[in-house]
Design a protein around this ligand. Structure first.
Ligand code: BTN
Length: 322
């Protein structure tokens, strides 16, 4: 309802639009329109209103509200349903709860702030208010649990392609950290619920450091984390960037559903900064550590590492580049 009001106000541009025509279009009373307008104002919209003229949108907030993100969002599957939180413990936790209650393929949960953002390997993920894009997507692909890691690679490729639209470049460290100059810009956490041979749902959580200055990072992250605004030299409009990410994600998801992962793996290789490098591996299965040279990404999305004892394939884990 509120999204439609914002859409009507945006379409009206510089003109006023009467409460009566909004009410007529939505099939609600003028008082109900007024109440929605009040709610929008509370959410940061600047809406002018004059008796006999009606309403005019003066300014919209750079908040990741559905009424901002979904208008003009060009996707087939991703973001048709969206849940928004000013603050939440973890969007992955909230998305898993929605998925459990049958949320549809492509549903998004986004928050301005996470109070308990989760990283891989039980780490915490720094997610300050309105400074980043912290979101999770529920996917229900018709694939085997075996294929789940490749959806994570796909997500990293989508973010890098969104960055390209803003003339920003970054590299992917296997499996899915996005780095700039060795510092982390984006983290991705995929959680899966599956049955025998079939994914029930995936929750892909993505945390993008957007407008965080160096001083705003906690001291322990200052040398290992970076944000888009630091790279860009000025702030990035979060709503626009979020739309770009969702659109690139949607394109790849449609491609994967129709034709499989070939293109994703090819793009991943194009953007990766791991292959050809000497690395240290902490393998997730047995926690075993070893050194070697990353030589390939196989068709499963696993990393092939040349070690002194021959080739080893790492399906899950963490690598550091030496
Ligand atoms: C990592 O780099 O270790 C993964 C970080 C993933 C962070 C994102 S932010 C949105 C979503 N919600 C979470 O609690 N975590 C993911």
């Amino acid at each position: 309802m509120r999204k439609t009001i914002v859409e009507m106000l945006k379409n009206a541009g510089e003109s006023f639009i009467s409460g009566e025509s909004i009410a007529g279009e939505l099939g609600i009373s003028r008082t109900a329109v007024w109440k929605h307008v009040q709610k929008l104002r509370e959410n940061g919209y600047e809406i002018l209103s004059y008796a006999r003229c009606g309403y005019k949108l003066k300014d919209a907030p750079d908040l990741l509200l559905p009424s901002e993100v979904q208008i003009g969002l060009d996707t087939k599957i991703i973001g048709k349903q969206m849940e928004y939180y000013p603050s939440v413990d973890s969007t992955n936790r909230a998305a898993k709860a929605l998925a459990y209650h049958d949320a549809e393929d492509g549903t998004i949960v986004v928050a301005e702030e996470q109070t308990g953002g989760k990283g891989r390997l039980e780490r915490k993920f720094f997610s300050p208010r309105v400074k980043g894009i912290w979101f999770s997507i529920v996917l229900r692909p018709n694939f085997s649990p075996h294929d789940a890691p490749k959806f994570t690679l796909m997500s990293a490729v989508a973010v890098v392609e969104a960055m390209k639209r803003f003339n920003l470049k970054a590299g992917i460290k296997w499996p899915n950290d996005i780095l700039f100059d060795g510092r982390k810009l984006v983290g991705i956490l995929t959680e899966m619920t599956g049955e025998l041979g079939k994914i029930s749902y995936l929750v892909i959580g993505v945390g993008i450091n957007v407008n965080i200055s160096r001083e705003e990072f906690p001291e322990e992250l200052r040398d290992i984390a970076v944000s888009l605004s630091e790279i860009n030299g000025e702030e990035i409009p979060r709503v626009k960037f979020f739309r770009a990410v969702l659109e690139e994600f949607d394109k790849l998801y449609v491609e994967v559903n129709d034709r499989g992962f070939d293109k994703v793996l090819e793009r991943w290789k194009e953007y990766n900064i791991t292959l050809g490098k000497n690395i240290h591996v902490i393998s997730a299965g047995d926690g075993e550590n070893f050194d070697g040279k990353a030589v390939d990404l196989n068709s499963e999305g696993a990393l092939v590492v040349e070690t002194e004892n021959g080739l080893r394939t790492v399906y899950a884990g963490d690598v550091s580049i030496r």
